[in-house]
Design a protein around this ligand. Structure first.
Ligand SMILES: NC(=O)c1ccc[n+]([C@@H]2O[C@H](COP(=O)([O-])OP(=O)(O)OC[C@H]3O[C@@H](n4cnc5c(N)ncnc54)[C@H](O)[C@@H]3O)[C@@H](O)[C@H]2O)c1
Ligand SMILES: [Zn+2]
Length: 426
Protein backbone atom coordinates (compact mmCIF):
# COMPACT_ATOMS: atom_id res chain seq x y z
CA UNK A 1 0.00 0.00 0.00
CA UNK A 2 1.33 3.38 -0.96
CA UNK A 3 0.35 6.02 1.57
CA UNK A 4 1.39 9.60 0.99
CA UNK A 5 0.46 13.17 1.75
CA UNK A 6 0.89 16.50 0.00
CA UNK A 7 3.88 17.35 2.17
CA UNK A 8 5.86 14.31 0.95
CA UNK A 9 8.73 14.84 -1.47
CA UNK A 10 7.40 12.37 -4.07
CA UNK A 11 3.82 13.70 -3.89
CA UNK A 12 3.92 15.83 -7.05
CA UNK A 13 5.53 13.17 -9.19
CA UNK A 14 3.04 10.57 -7.92
CA UNK A 15 0.08 12.82 -8.72
CA UNK A 16 1.50 13.44 -12.18
CA UNK A 17 1.64 9.70 -12.86
CA UNK A 18 -2.06 9.38 -12.00
CA UNK A 19 -2.84 11.34 -15.17
CA UNK A 20 -3.33 8.27 -17.35
CA UNK A 21 -3.90 7.42 -20.99
CA UNK A 22 -5.33 4.03 -21.84
CA UNK A 23 -2.62 2.46 -23.98
CA UNK A 24 -1.42 -1.16 -24.08
CA UNK A 25 2.11 -2.27 -23.29
CA UNK A 26 4.26 -3.47 -26.21
CA UNK A 27 4.28 -7.11 -25.18
CA UNK A 28 0.49 -7.27 -24.88
CA UNK A 29 0.07 -5.48 -28.20
CA UNK A 30 2.44 -7.83 -30.03
CA UNK A 31 1.03 -11.02 -28.54
CA UNK A 32 -2.53 -9.98 -29.37
CA UNK A 33 -1.71 -9.09 -32.96
CA UNK A 34 -0.07 -12.51 -33.32
CA UNK A 35 -3.22 -14.18 -31.94
CA UNK A 36 -5.49 -12.21 -34.28
CA UNK A 37 -3.33 -13.10 -37.28
CA UNK A 38 -3.41 -16.78 -36.34
CA UNK A 39 -7.20 -16.80 -36.01
CA UNK A 40 -7.52 -15.00 -39.35
CA UNK A 41 -5.24 -17.57 -41.03
CA UNK A 42 -6.21 -20.83 -39.34
CA UNK A 43 -9.68 -20.17 -37.90
CA UNK A 44 -11.01 -22.90 -35.62
CA UNK A 45 -7.65 -24.65 -35.54
CA UNK A 46 -6.12 -21.59 -33.89
CA UNK A 47 -8.99 -21.42 -31.38
CA UNK A 48 -8.32 -25.01 -30.37
CA UNK A 49 -4.60 -24.36 -30.05
CA UNK A 50 -4.99 -21.23 -27.90
CA UNK A 51 -7.59 -22.91 -25.68
CA UNK A 52 -4.97 -25.56 -25.01
CA UNK A 53 -2.17 -23.06 -24.47
CA UNK A 54 -3.94 -20.45 -22.31
CA UNK A 55 -6.89 -22.31 -20.78
CA UNK A 56 -5.39 -25.76 -20.51
CA UNK A 57 -8.37 -27.43 -22.20
CA UNK A 58 -8.44 -29.94 -25.05
CA UNK A 59 -11.34 -29.10 -27.35
CA UNK A 60 -12.16 -30.54 -30.76
CA UNK A 61 -13.17 -28.17 -33.56
CA UNK A 62 -16.70 -29.57 -33.29
CA UNK A 63 -16.86 -28.75 -29.58
CA UNK A 64 -16.32 -25.00 -29.67
CA UNK A 65 -20.00 -24.21 -29.04
CA UNK A 66 -22.19 -25.28 -26.20
CA UNK A 67 -24.82 -27.71 -27.51
CA UNK A 68 -28.57 -27.12 -27.00
CA UNK A 69 -28.66 -30.31 -24.91
CA UNK A 70 -25.94 -29.04 -22.58
CA UNK A 71 -27.84 -25.77 -22.18
CA UNK A 72 -31.15 -27.53 -21.56
CA UNK A 73 -29.54 -29.60 -18.80
CA UNK A 74 -28.45 -26.55 -16.78
CA UNK A 75 -29.94 -26.47 -13.30
CA UNK A 76 -29.43 -23.84 -10.61
CA UNK A 77 -30.79 -23.24 -7.11
CA UNK A 78 -34.08 -21.35 -6.76
CA UNK A 79 -32.26 -18.59 -4.83
CA UNK A 80 -29.92 -18.13 -7.81
CA UNK A 81 -32.83 -17.94 -10.21
CA UNK A 82 -34.43 -15.29 -7.98
CA UNK A 83 -31.26 -13.19 -7.77
CA UNK A 84 -30.75 -13.32 -11.53
CA UNK A 85 -34.38 -12.37 -12.15
CA UNK A 86 -34.14 -9.43 -9.72
CA UNK A 87 -31.02 -8.12 -11.41
CA UNK A 88 -32.44 -8.58 -14.92
CA UNK A 89 -35.59 -6.72 -13.93
CA UNK A 90 -33.62 -3.60 -12.93
CA UNK A 91 -31.31 -3.93 -15.93
CA UNK A 92 -34.17 -4.21 -18.40
CA UNK A 93 -36.03 -1.22 -16.92
CA UNK A 94 -32.84 0.88 -16.95
CA UNK A 95 -31.96 -0.23 -20.48
CA UNK A 96 -35.39 0.65 -21.89
CA UNK A 97 -35.00 4.22 -20.59
CA UNK A 98 -31.73 4.50 -22.48
CA UNK A 99 -33.05 3.33 -25.87
CA UNK A 100 -33.28 5.93 -28.58
CA UNK A 101 -36.55 6.47 -30.42
CA UNK A 102 -37.16 7.37 -34.06
CA UNK A 103 -37.95 11.02 -34.67
CA UNK A 104 -38.40 13.41 -37.57
CA UNK A 105 -38.86 17.12 -38.16
CA UNK A 106 -38.94 19.60 -41.04
CA UNK A 107 -35.77 21.57 -41.77
CA UNK A 108 -35.70 25.22 -42.83
CA UNK A 109 -36.46 24.33 -46.46
CA UNK A 110 -39.35 22.08 -45.47
CA UNK A 111 -37.65 18.72 -46.09
CA UNK A 112 -38.45 15.90 -43.69
CA UNK A 113 -35.30 14.87 -41.80
CA UNK A 114 -35.07 12.32 -39.04
CA UNK A 115 -33.30 9.46 -37.36
CA UNK A 116 -34.21 5.80 -37.27
CA UNK A 117 -32.87 3.35 -34.69
CA UNK A 118 -32.89 -0.40 -35.20
CA UNK A 119 -31.19 -3.11 -33.18
CA UNK A 120 -28.01 -4.60 -34.61
CA UNK A 121 -28.72 -7.93 -36.31
CA UNK A 122 -25.99 -9.89 -34.63
CA UNK A 123 -23.75 -8.91 -31.74
CA UNK A 124 -21.03 -10.60 -29.72
CA UNK A 125 -20.69 -10.23 -25.97
CA UNK A 126 -17.56 -11.28 -24.15
CA UNK A 127 -18.12 -12.58 -20.64
CA UNK A 128 -14.90 -12.99 -18.65
CA UNK A 129 -14.30 -16.34 -17.06
CA UNK A 130 -10.62 -16.43 -16.19
CA UNK A 131 -10.61 -15.74 -12.47
CA UNK A 132 -14.29 -15.84 -11.50
CA UNK A 133 -17.51 -16.79 -13.31
CA UNK A 134 -18.85 -13.27 -13.86
CA UNK A 135 -22.54 -14.17 -13.84
CA UNK A 136 -23.48 -10.52 -13.35
CA UNK A 137 -21.46 -9.50 -16.43
CA UNK A 138 -23.58 -11.83 -18.58
CA UNK A 139 -26.64 -9.83 -17.47
CA UNK A 140 -24.92 -6.44 -17.67
CA UNK A 141 -24.08 -6.98 -21.37
CA UNK A 142 -26.51 -9.45 -22.95
CA UNK A 143 -29.39 -8.10 -20.83
CA UNK A 144 -28.96 -4.73 -22.56
CA UNK A 145 -28.76 -6.41 -25.98
CA UNK A 146 -32.03 -8.19 -25.38
CA UNK A 147 -33.72 -5.02 -24.09
CA UNK A 148 -32.68 -3.33 -27.35
CA UNK A 149 -34.23 -6.18 -29.35
CA UNK A 150 -31.07 -7.72 -30.85
CA UNK A 151 -32.19 -11.04 -32.38
CA UNK A 152 -28.83 -12.84 -32.44
CA UNK A 153 -26.59 -12.61 -29.38
CA UNK A 154 -23.41 -14.65 -29.47
CA UNK A 155 -21.65 -14.92 -26.10
CA UNK A 156 -18.03 -15.98 -25.73
CA UNK A 157 -16.62 -17.15 -22.43
CA UNK A 158 -13.69 -19.47 -21.63
CA UNK A 159 -14.45 -22.98 -20.40
CA UNK A 160 -12.57 -24.78 -17.66
CA UNK A 161 -9.96 -27.51 -18.20
CA UNK A 162 -12.78 -30.10 -18.26
CA UNK A 163 -14.51 -28.27 -21.13
CA UNK A 164 -17.49 -27.12 -19.09
CA UNK A 165 -18.78 -23.65 -18.22
CA UNK A 166 -20.08 -22.70 -14.78
CA UNK A 167 -23.82 -23.61 -14.65
CA UNK A 168 -24.87 -20.35 -12.95
CA UNK A 169 -23.16 -18.43 -15.73
CA UNK A 170 -24.90 -20.55 -18.36
CA UNK A 171 -28.23 -19.99 -16.69
CA UNK A 172 -27.63 -16.22 -16.64
CA UNK A 173 -26.64 -16.19 -20.32
CA UNK A 174 -29.80 -18.04 -21.21
CA UNK A 175 -31.95 -15.77 -19.00
CA UNK A 176 -30.42 -12.70 -20.64
CA UNK A 177 -31.40 -13.91 -24.10
CA UNK A 178 -28.11 -15.20 -25.49
CA UNK A 179 -28.65 -17.37 -28.58
CA UNK A 180 -25.21 -19.04 -29.00
CA UNK A 181 -22.37 -19.72 -26.56
CA UNK A 182 -18.78 -20.04 -27.73
CA UNK A 183 -16.61 -21.74 -25.11
CA UNK A 184 -13.50 -19.74 -25.99
CA UNK A 185 -11.93 -16.86 -24.06
CA UNK A 186 -9.23 -14.25 -24.49
CA UNK A 187 -8.10 -12.32 -27.57
CA UNK A 188 -8.76 -15.37 -29.75
CA UNK A 189 -12.49 -15.22 -28.91
CA UNK A 190 -12.66 -11.54 -29.88
CA UNK A 191 -10.84 -12.31 -33.14
CA UNK A 192 -13.23 -15.18 -33.94
CA UNK A 193 -16.31 -13.02 -33.33
CA UNK A 194 -14.90 -10.13 -35.40
CA UNK A 195 -13.45 -12.05 -38.33
CA UNK A 196 -15.43 -15.29 -38.30
CA UNK A 197 -14.14 -18.84 -38.72
CA UNK A 198 -15.61 -21.95 -40.29
CA UNK A 199 -17.91 -22.48 -37.30
CA UNK A 200 -18.20 -18.95 -35.89
CA UNK A 201 -20.32 -16.55 -37.92
CA UNK A 202 -18.92 -13.01 -37.49
CA UNK A 203 -20.85 -10.36 -35.56
CA UNK A 204 -21.50 -6.67 -36.29
CA UNK A 205 -20.38 -5.28 -32.99
CA UNK A 206 -18.52 -6.60 -29.93
CA UNK A 207 -19.35 -5.75 -26.32
CA UNK A 208 -18.09 -6.61 -22.89
CA UNK A 209 -15.17 -6.46 -20.49
CA UNK A 210 -12.14 -8.65 -20.09
CA UNK A 211 -8.51 -8.77 -19.09
CA UNK A 212 -5.85 -6.79 -20.94
CA UNK A 213 -5.63 -9.30 -23.80
CA UNK A 214 -9.36 -9.10 -24.43
CA UNK A 215 -9.37 -5.29 -24.29
CA UNK A 216 -6.37 -5.04 -26.63
CA UNK A 217 -8.00 -7.42 -29.14
CA UNK A 218 -11.08 -5.20 -29.24
CA UNK A 219 -8.87 -2.17 -29.78
CA UNK A 220 -6.97 -3.82 -32.65
CA UNK A 221 -10.09 -5.18 -34.34
CA UNK A 222 -11.86 -1.83 -34.35
CA UNK A 223 -12.78 -1.33 -37.99
CA UNK A 224 -13.48 -4.98 -38.74
CA UNK A 225 -16.23 -4.53 -36.18
CA UNK A 226 -17.28 -1.68 -33.96
CA UNK A 227 -16.83 -1.95 -30.22
CA UNK A 228 -18.61 -0.61 -27.18
CA UNK A 229 -15.73 0.74 -25.10
CA UNK A 230 -12.50 -0.44 -23.45
CA UNK A 231 -13.63 -2.09 -20.21
CA UNK A 232 -10.59 -3.70 -18.64
CA UNK A 233 -9.47 -4.67 -15.15
CA UNK A 234 -11.78 -3.15 -12.60
CA UNK A 235 -10.76 -0.20 -10.40
CA UNK A 236 -12.06 2.18 -7.78
CA UNK A 237 -11.23 5.64 -6.55
CA UNK A 238 -12.82 6.67 -3.28
CA UNK A 239 -12.89 10.38 -2.54
CA UNK A 240 -13.99 11.37 0.91
CA UNK A 241 -13.92 14.31 3.27
CA UNK A 242 -13.95 13.76 7.02
CA UNK A 243 -17.61 12.66 6.91
CA UNK A 244 -16.69 9.29 5.34
CA UNK A 245 -17.30 6.17 7.43
CA UNK A 246 -13.90 4.41 7.65
CA UNK A 247 -15.46 0.94 8.02
CA UNK A 248 -17.54 1.37 4.87
CA UNK A 249 -14.62 2.83 2.92
CA UNK A 250 -12.42 -0.09 3.98
CA UNK A 251 -15.13 -2.56 2.97
CA UNK A 252 -15.41 -1.03 -0.52
CA UNK A 253 -11.63 -1.03 -0.98
CA UNK A 254 -11.49 -4.69 0.04
CA UNK A 255 -14.34 -5.57 -2.31
CA UNK A 256 -12.39 -3.99 -5.14
CA UNK A 257 -9.17 -5.79 -4.18
CA UNK A 258 -11.03 -9.07 -4.59
CA UNK A 259 -11.26 -8.39 -8.35
CA UNK A 260 -7.60 -9.08 -8.93
CA UNK A 261 -4.09 -7.79 -9.29
CA UNK A 262 -4.46 -5.95 -12.59
CA UNK A 263 -6.80 -3.43 -11.00
CA UNK A 264 -5.97 -0.21 -9.18
CA UNK A 265 -7.41 0.88 -5.87
CA UNK A 266 -7.23 4.48 -4.70
CA UNK A 267 -8.40 6.48 -1.73
CA UNK A 268 -8.13 10.27 -1.65
CA UNK A 269 -9.09 12.44 1.28
CA UNK A 270 -8.34 15.79 2.82
CA UNK A 271 -8.45 14.21 6.27
CA UNK A 272 -5.24 12.60 7.49
CA UNK A 273 -7.05 11.06 10.45
CA UNK A 274 -9.43 9.24 8.11
CA UNK A 275 -6.53 7.50 6.33
CA UNK A 276 -5.34 6.10 9.65
CA UNK A 277 -8.82 4.85 10.50
CA UNK A 278 -9.32 3.24 7.09
CA UNK A 279 -5.98 1.41 7.29
CA UNK A 280 -6.95 0.01 10.70
CA UNK A 281 -10.40 -0.99 9.47
CA UNK A 282 -8.87 -2.82 6.51
CA UNK A 283 -6.65 -4.87 8.79
CA UNK A 284 -9.59 -5.73 11.02
CA UNK A 285 -11.97 -6.71 8.21
CA UNK A 286 -9.36 -8.60 6.22
CA UNK A 287 -9.14 -11.23 8.96
CA UNK A 288 -12.67 -12.39 8.23
CA UNK A 289 -12.48 -12.61 4.43
CA UNK A 290 -12.04 -15.90 2.58
CA UNK A 291 -9.69 -14.46 -0.05
CA UNK A 292 -7.55 -12.60 2.51
CA UNK A 293 -4.19 -13.81 1.24
CA UNK A 294 -5.00 -12.91 -2.32
CA UNK A 295 -6.43 -9.52 -1.31
CA UNK A 296 -3.36 -8.73 0.79
CA UNK A 297 -1.25 -9.10 -2.34
CA UNK A 298 -3.45 -6.68 -4.29
CA UNK A 299 -3.39 -4.17 -1.43
CA UNK A 300 0.39 -4.35 -1.45
CA UNK A 301 0.86 -4.04 -5.23
CA UNK A 302 -1.93 -1.84 -6.49
CA UNK A 303 -3.34 0.35 -3.74
CA UNK A 304 -2.69 3.98 -2.90
CA UNK A 305 -4.03 6.34 -0.24
CA UNK A 306 -3.43 10.05 -0.44
CA UNK A 307 -3.98 13.06 1.73
CA UNK A 308 -4.67 16.00 -0.56
CA UNK A 309 -4.85 19.71 0.23
CA UNK A 310 -8.52 20.20 -0.61
CA UNK A 311 -11.60 18.76 -2.28
CA UNK A 312 -10.77 20.85 -5.34
CA UNK A 313 -7.48 19.01 -5.64
CA UNK A 314 -9.16 15.64 -5.06
CA UNK A 315 -11.59 16.33 -7.89
CA UNK A 316 -8.80 17.45 -10.25
CA UNK A 317 -6.81 14.27 -9.55
CA UNK A 318 -9.93 12.19 -10.08
CA UNK A 319 -10.50 13.78 -13.49
CA UNK A 320 -6.92 13.03 -14.52
CA UNK A 321 -7.14 9.44 -13.30
CA UNK A 322 -10.56 8.82 -14.91
CA UNK A 323 -11.45 5.86 -12.70
CA UNK A 324 -14.04 3.27 -13.62
CA UNK A 325 -15.83 3.70 -10.27
CA UNK A 326 -15.66 6.84 -8.17
CA UNK A 327 -17.13 6.67 -4.69
CA UNK A 328 -17.79 10.21 -3.54
CA UNK A 329 -18.50 11.02 0.08
CA UNK A 330 -18.59 14.71 0.83
CA UNK A 331 -20.69 17.10 2.91
CA UNK A 332 -20.64 19.48 -0.07
CA UNK A 333 -21.78 16.82 -2.55
CA UNK A 334 -23.93 19.20 -4.63
CA UNK A 335 -21.05 21.61 -5.10
CA UNK A 336 -18.50 19.07 -6.32
CA UNK A 337 -20.51 16.40 -8.10
CA UNK A 338 -20.86 18.28 -11.43
CA UNK A 339 -17.09 18.74 -11.49
CA UNK A 340 -16.30 15.01 -11.40
CA UNK A 341 -16.32 14.58 -15.15
CA UNK A 342 -14.34 11.52 -16.27
CA UNK A 343 -15.68 8.77 -13.98
CA UNK A 344 -17.39 5.76 -15.56
CA UNK A 345 -19.83 5.61 -12.65
CA UNK A 346 -20.23 7.68 -9.50
CA UNK A 347 -21.47 6.26 -6.21
CA UNK A 348 -22.71 8.91 -3.83
CA UNK A 349 -22.55 9.10 -0.07
CA UNK A 350 -21.81 6.65 2.71
CA UNK A 351 -24.57 4.20 1.85
CA UNK A 352 -23.87 3.38 -1.81
CA UNK A 353 -21.67 0.27 -2.03
CA UNK A 354 -20.19 -0.31 -5.48
CA UNK A 355 -21.17 -3.97 -5.10
CA UNK A 356 -24.85 -3.06 -5.46
CA UNK A 357 -24.01 -1.48 -8.80
CA UNK A 358 -21.92 -4.52 -9.73
CA UNK A 359 -24.85 -6.87 -9.29
CA UNK A 360 -28.21 -5.21 -9.08
CA UNK A 361 -28.80 -1.47 -9.37
CA UNK A 362 -29.55 -1.24 -13.11
CA UNK A 363 -26.83 0.71 -14.97
CA UNK A 364 -24.42 -1.65 -16.72
CA UNK A 365 -21.33 -2.38 -14.66
CA UNK A 366 -19.44 -2.57 -17.96
CA UNK A 367 -17.46 0.64 -17.60
CA UNK A 368 -14.34 2.27 -19.04
CA UNK A 369 -11.08 1.58 -17.17
CA UNK A 370 -7.38 2.37 -17.32
CA UNK A 371 -8.04 6.05 -17.96
CA UNK A 372 -10.33 5.43 -20.94
CA UNK A 373 -13.17 7.12 -19.03
CA UNK A 374 -11.78 10.36 -20.41
CA UNK A 375 -12.94 9.33 -23.89
CA UNK A 376 -15.55 6.59 -23.39
CA UNK A 377 -18.71 6.12 -21.38
CA UNK A 378 -20.11 2.95 -19.84
CA UNK A 379 -22.19 0.48 -21.79
CA UNK A 380 -25.73 1.65 -22.69
CA UNK A 381 -28.71 0.12 -24.42
CA UNK A 382 -28.51 2.54 -27.35
CA UNK A 383 -25.11 1.12 -28.27
CA UNK A 384 -27.05 -1.92 -29.46
CA UNK A 385 -28.99 0.26 -31.89
CA UNK A 386 -27.81 1.12 -35.38
CA UNK A 387 -28.72 4.65 -36.32
CA UNK A 388 -29.72 5.70 -39.82
CA UNK A 389 -30.62 9.21 -40.90
CA UNK A 390 -33.54 9.69 -43.26
CA UNK A 391 -34.23 12.57 -45.67
CA UNK A 392 -37.35 13.11 -47.78
CA UNK A 393 -38.03 16.11 -50.02
CA UNK A 394 -40.99 17.12 -52.14
CA UNK A 395 -41.18 19.58 -55.04
CA UNK A 396 -41.55 22.56 -52.73
CA UNK A 397 -38.61 21.75 -50.46
CA UNK A 398 -36.35 20.71 -53.33
CA UNK A 399 -37.01 24.05 -55.03
CA UNK A 400 -36.25 25.89 -51.79
CA UNK A 401 -33.01 23.93 -51.40
CA UNK A 402 -31.74 24.58 -54.92
CA UNK A 403 -29.99 27.93 -54.38
CA UNK A 404 -27.77 26.74 -51.54
CA UNK A 405 -27.01 23.40 -53.24
CA UNK A 406 -25.95 25.15 -56.45
CA UNK A 407 -23.64 27.46 -54.52
CA UNK A 408 -21.93 24.54 -52.75
CA UNK A 409 -21.71 22.67 -56.08
CA UNK A 410 -20.02 25.68 -57.65
CA UNK A 411 -17.52 26.13 -54.77
CA UNK A 412 -16.62 22.43 -54.67
CA UNK A 413 -16.49 22.18 -58.48
CA UNK A 414 -19.10 19.40 -58.53
CA UNK A 415 -21.52 20.55 -61.23
CA UNK A 416 -23.27 17.16 -61.51
CA UNK A 417 -24.38 17.69 -57.91
CA UNK A 418 -26.01 21.00 -58.78
CA UNK A 419 -27.56 19.50 -61.90
CA UNK A 420 -29.08 16.55 -59.96
CA UNK A 421 -31.05 19.02 -57.87
CA UNK A 422 -31.87 21.52 -60.60
CA UNK A 423 -33.33 18.80 -62.84
CA UNK A 424 -36.07 18.25 -60.27
CA UNK A 425 -37.06 21.91 -60.32
CA UNK A 426 -37.51 22.26 -64.09
N1 LIG B 1 -14.56 -2.79 -16.66
C1 LIG B 1 -15.59 -3.53 -16.46
O1 LIG B 1 -16.69 -3.09 -16.69
C2 LIG B 1 -15.43 -4.94 -15.99
C3 LIG B 1 -16.54 -5.74 -15.68
C4 LIG B 1 -16.33 -7.05 -15.31
C5 LIG B 1 -15.04 -7.55 -15.26
N2 LIG B 1 -13.98 -6.75 -15.56
C6 LIG B 1 -12.59 -7.22 -15.56
O2 LIG B 1 -12.45 -8.24 -16.49
C7 LIG B 1 -11.29 -8.97 -16.15
C8 LIG B 1 -11.51 -10.44 -16.39
O3 LIG B 1 -10.28 -11.03 -16.47
P1 LIG B 1 -10.07 -12.59 -16.35
O4 LIG B 1 -8.64 -12.82 -16.61
O5 LIG B 1 -10.65 -13.07 -15.10
O6 LIG B 1 -10.96 -13.23 -17.48
P2 LIG B 1 -10.94 -13.09 -19.08
O7 LIG B 1 -12.01 -14.02 -19.55
O8 LIG B 1 -11.01 -11.68 -19.51
O9 LIG B 1 -9.54 -13.63 -19.55
C9 LIG B 1 -9.23 -14.96 -19.55
C10 LIG B 1 -8.71 -15.37 -20.91
O10 LIG B 1 -7.50 -14.67 -21.18
C11 LIG B 1 -6.64 -15.49 -21.95
N3 LIG B 1 -5.31 -15.45 -21.36
C12 LIG B 1 -4.95 -15.75 -20.09
N4 LIG B 1 -3.63 -15.62 -19.93
C13 LIG B 1 -3.13 -15.22 -21.11
C14 LIG B 1 -1.82 -14.89 -21.57
N5 LIG B 1 -0.75 -14.94 -20.76
N6 LIG B 1 -1.68 -14.50 -22.83
C15 LIG B 1 -2.74 -14.41 -23.67
N7 LIG B 1 -3.98 -14.72 -23.29
C16 LIG B 1 -4.19 -15.10 -22.02
C17 LIG B 1 -7.16 -16.89 -21.87
O11 LIG B 1 -7.53 -17.33 -23.13
C18 LIG B 1 -8.38 -16.83 -20.98
O12 LIG B 1 -9.47 -17.51 -21.54
C19 LIG B 1 -10.97 -8.63 -14.70
O13 LIG B 1 -9.79 -7.86 -14.67
C20 LIG B 1 -12.15 -7.80 -14.25
O14 LIG B 1 -11.80 -6.78 -13.36
C21 LIG B 1 -14.18 -5.47 -15.93
ZN1 LIG C 1 -16.80 -5.06 -8.08
Amino acid sequence: MKILGYRDADYDSFVKRLNRRALPTHDVRDLVSEIIAAVARQGDKALVAYAKRFDNVLLKEKQLFLTPDELAAVKVAPSTRKAIAASLKNITAFAKKGLRKDWSMRNTEGAIVGERFQPFDRVGVYVPGGKAPLVSTALMTAGFARAAGVPEILAATPCGPDGTVNPELLYALKAAGVTEILKIGGAQAIAAMALGTKTVRPVDRIFGPGNRFVVEAKRQLFGAVSIDLLPGPSEILIISDKTGNPDYIAADLLAQAEHGGDSVIGFITDSKALIGKVVKAIERQLETLSRARYIREVLKQATFMMQVRSMAEAVAISNDFAAEHVSFICAEEKKWLPQIRTAGAIYLGNDSPVAVGDFLAGPSHTLPTGGSGRSFSGLRADQFQRRTSIVKLDKRSVRKSLGVVEEFARIEGLDAHGRSTAIRCE
